[in-house]
Design a protein around this ligand. Structure first.
Ligand code: FES
Length: 164
């Protein structure tokens, strides 16, 4: 039987998750193939997505400017961000389309602003805003270890020390 969770590149495992306990976060039947859901653990918003490769868990924060990917569009393994149309492959962690605001890709290469077909070209705002766009680096996704046990999706997240 195929694994119900997707494998991901080992180097993209979220920091601080090695050896952490798994926590139940959602009934498996609540996440059919093609669905995305946000689950929140303390201050951490996690995106669960059921891709053709299996279930993945990553931050529910776009790796560009942190918009919630859970309200974007999922097409196969690729999620489109609702804010600047950046597209990210949930099965590899790689960006597949840079945001309309341009900026730096994970290797640090610059990409200019662009506009979807039929829309007016984006004009760069003056001064610091343009510089902020230019210097914002889109990173690769990071993954939380995920498994399915007794019909429940479980993930491992970093333990946050209590403030007191
Ligand atoms: S915040 Fe997602 S593409 Fe900009």
């Amino acid at each position: 039987m195929p694994s119900r969770t997707a494998s991901f590149p080992a180097r993209l495992q979220a920091p601080g998750t090695a050896g952490e306990p798994f926590q139940r976060v959602l009934a498996e039947h609540s996440l059919p193939t093609g669905a995305m859901r946000r689950v929140t653990l303390g201050e951490l918003d996690v995106l669960l997505a059921h891709t053709p490769g299996g279930i993945v868990a990553t931050d529910d924060r776009c790796p560009h400017m942190s918009a919630p990917l859970s309200i974007g569009e999922l097409d196969g393994c690729v999620v489109t961000c609702p804010l600047h149309e950046g597209r990210f492959d949930l099965c590899t962690g790689e960006p597949v389309q840079m945001p309309t605001t341009g900026g730096l890709d994970p290797e640090g290469a610059y990409h200019p602003t662009w506009s979807p077909a039929g829309k007016d070209p984006k004009i760069d705002p003056p001064g610091k805003k343009a510089e902020a766009r230019r210097l914002t680096r889109v990173r690769r996704l990071r993954y939380y270890p995920t498994r399915v046990v007794d019909g429940a999706i479980e993930i491992a997240v970093p333990t946050v020390p209590s403030p007191d």
